[in-house]
Design a protein around this ligand. Structure first.
Ligand SMILES: [Zn+2]
Length: 188
């Protein structure tokens, strides 16, 4: 997937500015993009999340697990790695897969996109939740589409990431697409 380089607009404090559309200086939030953390949305976030939704659709379906897509993007707007649920083994999670494929790379300025809130409890690999893997990889920014509903476990991924200083952005307008990929799950 080819995407144009991310614009490196920076605020006075060096933090990235929200996307301006058409040079009008209107931040994304004012243009109707729903985000719980106004001002935190960056140019490219919506396109990368669209790509993550597409990746989620590649997941082999399971009646006991979500179908999720994830992509890690560097500060220059380039894909570092991507993964989806059960893409490399029957238990691997999307974020875990993307992180494993990026092993050895410096992810200290990257953004991880996931269609679902990163897990904080995991039955099969309790020591390797996606939340703990993201923290271990020192990823500073996570963009999600959909908070995990409590049909399998209670997820505290966003709370734990935020408490550890990770900037979490929720693109709620993508939640219906992220959920639709999981239409097979009982209880949804
Ligand atoms: Zn996970």
């Amino acid at each position: 997937m080819q995407l144009s380089p991310q614009r490196a607009a920076k605020g006075r404090d060096g933090s990235p500015l929200a996307l301006s559309i058409g040079g009008l200086g209107l931040p994304y939030a004012k243009m109707g993009l729903k985000c719980r953390y106004a001002g935190a949305v960056r140019d490219g976030d919506a396109r990368w999340m669209s790509y993550a939704v597409e990746l989620a659709g590649r997941s082999p379906r399971s009646a006991s697990a979500f179908a999720v897509g994830s992509v890690i993007v560097d500060p220059g707007g380039r894909e570092v790695s991507a993964g989806w649920s059960r893409d490399t083994d029957p238990l691997v999670h999307a974020e875990e897969s993307a992180l494993l494929k990026a092993a050895g790379a410096d992810l200290g300025e990257c953004t991880l996109y996931s269609t679902l809130e990163p897990c904080s409890k995991r039955a099969h690999r309790p020591d390797a939740t996606c939340t703990s893997l993201i923290l271990a990889a020192r990823i500073p920014r996570v963009v999600i589409a959909w908070r995990e509903p409590d049909i399998f476990v209670t997820c505290e991924g966003v709370a734990l990431l935020t408490a550890s200083g990770v900037r979490v952005v929720e693109l709620a307008e993508f939640a219906p697409q992220a959920r639709a990929v999981n239409g097979h799950l009982p209880g949804l």
